[in-house]
Design a protein around this ligand. Structure first.
Ligand code: SF4
Ligand code: FES
Length: 258
């Protein structure tokens, strides 16, 4: 797209660090304003012209991105104090100078790029998938009641962006809490007619340390989620399911599923 010279600039302050445990520093940038630009287009300009507002040449700023349409979840960062997607953060809607920081719940790789492995590891811990034997054609899967399918679809919109984890006061590098997104995925996969085969295992994974009991019910997650996923409803539903499971475990039910 051809640059439109509006004569205006966008002022940014970026919190940077060169290595995982490196010293943090702030750098100011002043980039040409274009109508409709988002935070990523400002970052792309800095990548091309890595010069600070004071005219000092610096290294290009590092961040993650992929889809550029709020689907992949890679571009999360803290913008003016609020964790969100930088691809959908429009400059016109932000107060300047726009302050960009990496999310602090995850280890920083460099600048605004973080390592979201803890969230993916949590998804592994709770088996957030439907196991399939791909060696033969299983045919059509079981049908779900439409009402259930509709809310399950809402939960399936999670893009593992980590924004809810950043917003939650109980998720940190030092704490064991797996966080709202992986919990909500337990509800999703336990709802799925085939996924329910592993329901007991998933519930067992969240009934121990780092699971449901570590949620402090701050409700920050549901307010922060860019996909509007009803995270606190999922957690409440899982608490009920875990209580039922506890009784089943205690009385030695022979019904492995439901
Ligand atoms: S639940 Fe929402 S905020 Fe949390 S990781 Fe998924 S999409 Fe992001
Ligand atoms: S780049 Fe994919 S969500 Fe922003």
């Amino acid at each position: 797209m051809e640059a439109v010279n509006t004569g205006k600039t966008v002022e940014l302050i970026i919190v940077r660090q060169d290595t995982e445990n490196g010293q943090t520093r702030e750098e100011k940038f002043s980039v040409p304003y274009r109508p409709g630009m988002n935070v990523i287009s400002a970052l792309m300009h800095i990548q091309k012209y890595p010069v600070t507002a004071e005219g000092k040449t610096t290294t290009p700023v590092t961040w993650d991105m992929n889809c550029l349409e709020e689907v992949c979840g890679a571009c999360s960062m803290v913008i003016n104090g609020r964790p969100q997607q930088s691809c959908s953060a429009l400059v016109d809607k932000l107060t300047q100078p726009i302050r960009l920081e990496p999310m602090k719940t995850f280890p920083v790789v460099r600048d605004l790029q973080v390592d979201r492995s803890r969230m993916f590891n949590a998804l592994k811990k709770v088996k957030a998938w439907v196991p399939l034997d791909g060696t033969y054609d299983l045919g059509e899967g079981p049908r779900m009641p439409e009402r259930k399918r509709q809310w399950a679809y809402e939960l399936s919109k999670c893009m593992t962006c980590g924004v809810c984890m950043e917003a939650c006061p109980n998720v940190s590098e030092k704490a064991s809490f797996i966080g709202p997104a992986p919990l909500s995925q337990v509800r999703l996969f336990n709802t799925h007619p085939t996924g329910a085969m592993n329901k007991d295992e998933r519930l067992a994974a969240i009934m121990g340390d780092g699971g449901l009991a570590n949620c402090g019910n701050s409700q920050n997650c549901v307010a922060a989620c860019p996909k509007g996923i009803p995270l606190t409803t999922s957690i409440a539903s899982l608490n009920r399911a875990a209580t039922v499971q506890m009784f089943k475990n205690f009385f030695g039910s022979d019904h492995m599923v439901d």
